[in-house]
Design a protein around this ligand. Structure first.
Ligand code: ADP
Ligand code: MG
Length: 448
């Protein structure tokens, strides 16, 4: 969302407030207000430090109501000072530099008309999930409660979730629908406890008609968060409200998830999404080229579909590249043009995948631990050492960003990667033999 859009929202809200407050109030308290961000139903507003507390105390409800009205869905309001805003912006631009993959922000998806059932291409690997989503969207809280999706990243879980939201909004505009990620839920709960406002949090989560939690695996291993989620779940379930969850694996495979949650998550319908087969990949390519407004011959489609095999996000990435080329040069995308544009993209991806595989093989052997443990949140000393080592070698042999590396280990936050790199470097400084060994491995991998 751009600054201009934020300004636009502010303008609308001010117009609403003007109906209620005299001009002097408007100038004194709201003129300097800035909309800093909108993320997952949370609007962050900044005010001069001298005014923030008063506005927060006096106008919180009015602001909440007006922003919710203007945006068309319920928002929570966070207040910060303009100094905090400056810090935040600095932080945001740093993260943006780090972030190579341009994942579509949650906000954008919420408002994007693209994530609908109509443009979800159905094949063998996702038909169960699609059918389940459609059934729940048409008949919320009747049959499949909770609905639980799982599957690897980039296969359409979030797309289906938003398709459900769009569909329910159409049929039941009066429904209170809340979408959050497991991480949002966690952060919000922590904040509400810190601010000693757990009731606000509870009110928000226990008064919805539909609760959708994306990447629910995030709450695993966090006792207090799971406790709260358990009660949220039970309350909504008893009230016959629809719950929809998505995760990268089946409930039984989420390490550190409490048994009582595991058993609840499978009470309704569990639908998995598998990587798309060739037929579905071709269909998706065809569908998306049409959406982009250009065409590809069958040989090009085959070339693409053979090379991109696991992830639908990559399909979109490749198509964007081709489309851009087509727009800029006007050149038709033939087989050889496509090959030229994408070969490097494919080769580096393949090479990187191989390298990462080799690194895990090495670390697994060296430390005598399991790969899945390295990628889990387990904190056994050997596992931690192996994790640090793998992180370090990956950083030195691939061009993955810290954030992308964090993702390999199931983490969203790159600070864990920074920490691993630090502690590896320290260890290598202290132990020359160890350092030599690791450098040898890195050299070997970089040769190829
Ligand atoms: P996940 O949440 O499983 O990681 P997403 O829902 O974010 O995956 O999907 C990644 C991208 O691929 C999105 O842009 C989505 O629209 C697209 N996509 C996934 N599956 C399909 C499909 N079956 N048909 C069309 N687009 C799809
Ligand atoms: Mg997702």
């Amino acid at each position: 969302m751009t600054d201009n859009e934020y300004k636009q929202i502010k303008k609308f809200v001010l117009e609403e407030l003007k109906q209620v407050y005299v001009p002097a109030t408007m100038t004194l308290w709201f003129e300097e207000m800035r909309v800093v961000s909108l993320e997952n139903n949370l609007i962050t507003l900044s005010f001069p430090a001298s005014k923030k507390s008063f506005v927060e105390m006096q106008y919180y409800h009015a602001l909440k109501e007006k922003f919710s009205g203007v945006l068309g869905f319920d928002v929570e309001i966070a207040f910060i000072t303009d100094d905090e805003e400056a810090d935040l912006r600095l932080g945001i631009s740093k993260i943006a530099e780090e972030e190579e993959e341009k994942e579509i922000s949650t906000y954008k998806m919420r408002f994007s008309p693209e994530y609908t059932f109509e443009n979800f291409v159905v094949g063998k690997s996702n038909q169960l999930a699609h059918a389940a989503a459609l059934a729940v969207a048409r008949h919320p809280a009747e049959l499949n409660n909770p609905l639980y999706f799982h599957g690897p990243s980039g296969l359409g879980k979030t797309h289906l979730i938003f398709a459900i939201i769009n569909e329910i909004r159409k049929n039941h505009p009066e429904y209170n629908i809340l979408y959050v990620t497991g991480e949002d839920f966690t952060n919000e709960l922590v904040r509400s406890l810190a601010e000693k406002k757990p009731m606000v949090f509870r009110d928000k989560y226990r008064n919805v008609d539909v609760l959708l939690v994306d990447d629910i695996q995030f709450i695993a291993g966090k006792m207090m968060i799971q406790e709260e989620f358990f009660h949220t779940f039970d309350t909504l379930f008893k009230l016959k409200k629809q719950i929809i969850l998505a995760s990268d694996c089946a409930p039984k495979d989420i390490d550190g998830l409490e048994d009582r949650l595991k058993s609840r998550f499978v009470m309704g319908l569990v639908a998995d999404i598998q990587p798309p087969d060739l037929e579905l990949r071709i269909a998706i390519f065809q569908r998306k080229t049409k959406d982009y407004g250009f065409e590809l011959d069958m040989d090009v489609l085959y070339y693409l579909s053979h090379n991109i095999t696991t992830n639908i996000r990559q399909i979109e990435g490749a198509l964007k590249k081709l489309h851009a080329h087509n727009l800029i040069t006007g050149e038709k995308i033939t087989y050889s043009v496509a090959q030229n544009i994408l070969s490097e993209f494919f080769v580096t991806e393949k090479k990187q995948e191989n390298t990462i595989e080799k690194i895990f093989d090495y670390v697994v052997r060296r430390y005598g631990v399991k790969e899945e443990d390295i990628k889990s949140a387990k904190r056994h000393a050997d596992i931690i050492a192996a994790r640090h080592c793998a992180t370090y070698i990956i950083r030195k042999t691939t061009n993955l960003s810290q954030k992308a590396i964090a993702k390999l280990f199931g983490k969203k936050d790159h600070t864990t990667v920074m920490h691993s790199l630090d502690s590896m470097e320290k260890k290598m400084l202290e132990d020359a033999v160890f350092a030599k060994e690791i450098e040898g491995v890195i050299n070997e991998l970089n040769k190829k």
